[in-house]
Design a protein. Structure first.
Ligand code: PLP
Length: 455
């Protein structure tokens, strides 16, 4: 028997939307069809996707931030092939192998000295779950604080820390002991921490839903308050880590030294599921305190050797291509080119970002277009952003996203090797698309009506 003939299977696979709809999720395929995103994808490279007709699309979405080193990065691929060819031992389970230790060492070498141990997982939400469990056990406290509108993944523990009703409302009861405070409000945090019964404060350095940057002094203040009350400070770098904001980790912008740091997404170059919780030795030793507790938390596939090999190659790639510095420079360029849009268009309320995590927020225009804005907002709050995202894709072949449920915010997280010309192309297409969406031509109204009907 030979190996499975993937090339043959793919060539003869037929309509993947029909099959996906029949076997995986028909509602998702309906959404794709409604917004016109139902392309048949053939291949990808760097910051580009190609459909079967050979059209090239600029990927400003980056797989929700898992392609920091670019799609199908050849050096990550080589590392994976090498790991397969070496026939490394894989998971012995009752034994250890070299690759996880090497990646743990490489991660810690890039993190503040306070972080001394790594627990590998297979996703971001599992890294957060580990922070919740270990944080509770290490402090012998049960309460968990997180920020309103925060996002940390969709398994039940992470969901209990979620700050948006649209994710949580149908899945209760959530875990007990979870409370939320407004992002940016140190007084509210201090009030909650005063009782000295909070195990950890879990916070994104930049909130992914809507792309909200912290007010000056907030994260430093939150860290100080946590230290004062014996609460662990947990900074979720799942989306912001590995160069995304123009630093290896976003917390570096504010000189933070968290006790717990969940990471995931781009760590394996987008090839293999991966996640990790970086933590202080104090936390680790409080939980893994005896041979009896040597396996207190973990899962079968983590650490996975292919993920480890890809992780080592990804860290090297970030360094060798200076992707972190490149991201800082291009992020500045993107902001410089897009900030004037606030004055150019009444409908543009704000442009914000750090590195290549960027968003543009729309709001009701003061004069022209006000009635159209109100009409589409009535159909569905935030729908205007979809009126920009859809034509950016269909007419300009640029993939982007709406930044959250009912948010009039368009967000981008492109692969970091994107070029300056790509950024300029994006800005040109965005400007033309906003100008047209603001006039609300009939075709857009029709689209808005259909899109508002998605349920
Ligand atoms: N934390 C943050 C900040 C995220 O943005 C995400 C995913 O988008 C997660 C956690 C969950 O990661 P995963 O989707 O790998 O479970």
């Amino acid at each position: 028997m030979g190996a499975v003939d993937l090339r043959g299977l793919l060539a003869a696979s037929g309509d993947e939307h029909e099959r996906w709809s029949r076997t995986i999720n028909p509602q998702f395929v309906r959404v794709l069809r409604t917004i016109g995103f139902d392309r048949t994808w053939a291949r990808a490279e760097g910051a580009y996707l190609f459909d079967v007709d050979g059209n090239r699309y600029l990927d400003m979405l980056g797989g929700f931030g898992m392609y920091n080193v670019g799609r199908n990065n050849p050096r990550i691929r080589t590392a994976l092939i090498e790991a397969l060819e070496l026939e490394t031992p894989g998971s012995v389970q009752l034994g250890v192998t070299a690759l996880p230790g090497l990646l743990a060492e490489a991660l810690l070498a890039r993190a503040p000295a306070r972080l001394e141990r790594v627990l590998f997982t297979s996703s971001g939400t599992e890294a957060v779950e580990a922070a919740l469990k270990l944080g509770r056990a290490a402090t012998k406290r049960t309460r968990v604080l997180s920020a309103e509108h925060g996002f940390h993944g969709l398994t039940l523990g992470s969901l209990s820390a979620n700050g948006n009703d649209e994710f949580t409302s149908r899945f209760g009861p959530l875990l007990p002991g979870f409370d939320r405070v407004p992002f940016g409000d140190l007084d509210a945090l201090e009030q909650q921490l005063r009782s000295e019964d909070v195990a950890l404060f879990l916070v994104e350095p930049i909130q992914g839903k809507g792309v909200h940057l912290p007010p000056a002094g907030y994260l430093e203040g939150a860290q100080a308050l946590c230290r004062k009350s014996g609460t662990l400070f947990c900074v979720d770098e799942v989306q912001t880590g590995f160069g995304r904001t123009g630093r290896m980790f976003a917390f570096e912008h504010w000189g933070l030294e968290p006790d717990l740091v969940p990471v995931a997404k781009s760590l394996s170059g987008g090839y293999v599921p991966v996640g990790a919780l970086l933590m202080s030795r104090r936390v680790h030793e409080a939980v893994y305190d005896s041979m009896e507790n040597a396996l207190s938390h973990g899962s079968t596939f983590a650490p996975n050797e292919l993920a480890m090999a890809a992780g080592l190659a990804t860290l090297r790639e970030l360094d060798e291509q200076d992707l972190v510095g490149h991201t800082a420079r291009l992020g500045d360029h993107l902001l410089e080119r897009t900030r004037p849009l606030v004055d150019e268009f009444e409908v543009v309320r704000d442009v914000r970002g750090l590195g290549l995590m960027w968003a543009i927020e729309f709001g009701e225009p003061a004069s022209s277009g006000r009635l159209s804005w109100r009409m589409i907002e009535k159909m569905q709050p935030g729908l205007f952003a979809q009126l920009v995202v859809a034509p950016l894709f269909s007419e300009h072949h640029i993939l982007s996203q709406v930044a959250g449920h009912k948010l009039a915010v368009l967000k981008v997280l492109p692969p970091l090797p994107i070029g300056e010309q790509d950024i300029d192309d994006f800005v040109g297409a965005l400007t033309a698309t906003i100008a047209r969406a603001q006039r609300m031509p009939r075709s857009l109204t029709r689209f808005a009506l259909t899109a508002a009907g998605i349920r």
